[in-house]
Design a protein around this ligand. Structure first.
Ligand code: MG
Length: 173
């Protein structure tokens, strides 16, 4: 039986991220870095956009799935060969990114462009998660954090376009 309402799911998701060393503020910092060149922007606005993304059911489902997989693999509970493939974060394994896309896709092509950019650049908390590899399984969570940041940046960008349609050219990086 499905026992959780959206508010509970949101709180549990924020807590699950926190347990894995990710605060809303860490994700907001990436949003800030992605969008700061396009106009006046505050950390508060970035955090607000991250929270809005986290309140979507699709996002919550993707995050909890990603964190669940990393935790199970950390405990060695997956069957071989996928246990080793995820644990080693093998180069050709791309299901972690596919799961991230389920968040990014809600917010259209700007989100997709930012997601691709973050996959290459590994800014802030994404870089810190990436560097934990070997000590802790972070195969899924790094992409999921990148996806939340990309989606929040896209959400912000779309709202700005609504205010100033002429600025649309500058929004994609
Ligand atoms: Mg990954």
């Amino acid at each position: 039986m499905y026992n959780y309402n959206m508010e509970e799911l949101y709180e549990m998701t924020v807590e699950a991220l926190r347990k894995n060393g990710v605060e809303i503020r860490d994700i907001a910092e990436i949003v800030y870095d992605l969008q700061k060149v396009y106009g006046e922007l505050t950390m508060e606005v970035c955090e607000e956009n991250v929270r809005a993304v986290l309140k979507k059911r699709e996002t919550v489902h993707a995050i909890l799935t990603a964190i669940g997989i990393d935790e199970m693999v950390e405990k060695g509970l997956f069957p071989e060969p996928i246990q080793s493939i995820i644990k080693e974060d093998e180069g050709l394994y791309g299901i972690d990114e596919i799961l991230g896309l389920s968040i990014v896709n809600i917010y259209g092509s700007i989100g997709l462009t930012n997601f691709g950019y973050l996959d290459k650049q590994k800014m802030g908390i994404i870089d810190r998660l990436d560097k934990m590899k070997g000590k802790k399984v972070t195969t899924f969570i790094d992409d999921i954090v990148a996806a939340i940041a990309a989606a929040a940046a896209s959400r912000y960008a779309h709202q700005n376009v609504a205010k100033d349609p002429a600025s649309v050219e500058g929004l994609v990086r």
